[in-house]
Design a binder for this molecule. Structure first.
Ligand code: NAY
Length: 298
């Protein structure tokens, strides 16, 4: 089984003043993340505002990332959504582009009420990208879908040959342990909540996908390296840095809106979010900057 072991920023989609995709920022953005030591990029996920983009836009953004990364690190394409046919089309397109893995969130409007329905939804999407590794993206706080993922693995492992793991964005660590240990540790379970990376690593996750890695990768490298070296005190101190950052972004509209504002401060202009996430004002950016200074963010 393919296992990811490193820090993977869930990248923002840069937009310009008119709200169109700002392709000019993708190359410097990719170069910055690679120089800082990112292990891969997760493209067009929640942070990438995939739910506010057309299928054509998602394809063109993924194409730009594949080109910008140019094989230097892994590219994981998120192809999830509410329309299965669109997801299949995106999975085929991503596979043709030569990405390294595919992820898809559970359909979140008309929701699967059972593990059987979730597996049935994913099956043709995963088939469209086989034999590439396929990850189910579990994020109940956004989707409202909180099916038992251990049952999903039991059924999915029989019906989806390229099911490789779960991008696990939940603080249910009991469930995470079960998924990590299922069938002799066969599946790759990726940590999803940045502010709990250390908790995920403590129960066996070795890869993480996160939005705050985009601008504070160093903090997460400290957690990762200290944990691997058995220095828990250092790992806890670095995790506290992450918690402080997450508190600031929560004050500014959460990981996507607040995070995009921080990107501007660190030199990659990702513009505003698309509605329904409101644009930020210069005054808000100044306040955000001040709050970041207070916690020693640099
Ligand atoms: C994605 O697809 O963009 C992600 O994996 C993002 C993961 C993020 N979750 C949400 C709900 O935004 O990085 C986390 C999150 O922003 C961070 O832990 C702060 O809460």
């Amino acid at each position: 089984m393919f296992k990811l072991s490193g820090l993977i920023p869930a990248v923002f989609t840069p937009f310009d003043k008119t709200g169109a995709i700002n392709f000019s920022q993708i190359q410097p953005y990719a170069d910055k993340l690679i120089a800082e030591g990112a292990y891969g990029v997760f493209v067009c996920g929640s942070t990438g505002e995939c739910t506010s983009m057309t299928v054509a836009e998602r394809k063109s953004v993924l194409e730009a990332w594949v080109k910008a990364v140019a094989g230097r690190i892994l590219v994981i394409a998120h192809v999830g959504g509410t329309c299965q046919a669109d997801c299949i089309e995106l999975a085929r397109h991503a596979t043709e582009l030569g990405v390294n893995a595919i992820g898809a969130v559970a359909p979140f409007y008309l929701k699967p009420g059972s593990v059987e329905e979730l597996v049935a939804f994913y099956k043709p999407i995963a088939a469209a990208c086989a034999p590439l590794p396929f990850y189910a993206y579990h994020i109940p706080s956004m989707t409202g879908i909180n099916l038992p993922m251990i049952e999903f693995l039991k059924k999915g492992s029989k019906e989806i040959p390229n099911l490789n793991g779960i991008k696990f964005t939940s603080n249910n660590f009991m469930e995470m342990i079960e998924c990590i240990r299922f069938d002799g540790g066969r599946f790759d379970i990726l940590n999803g909540f940045d502010e709990m990376l250390l908790c995920g690593m403590a129960v066996g996750a070795r890869g993480g996908v996160g939005s705050t890695y985009n601008y504070s990768l160093r903090t997460y490298q400290k957690i990762y390296d200290a944990f691997m070296a058995g220095d828990l005190e250092q790992a806890r101190a670095a995790q506290q840095e992450s918690v402080d950052i997450v508190h600031v972004i929560i004050n500014h509209g959460g990981g996507i809106r607040g995070g995009k504002a921080i990107m501007k401060l660190v030199g990659i202009d990702c513009g505003d979010c698309r509605l329904p996430l409101a644009p930020y004002t210069e005054a808000e950016i100044a306040r955000l900057d001040e709050e970041l200074r207070e916690i020693g963010f640099n």
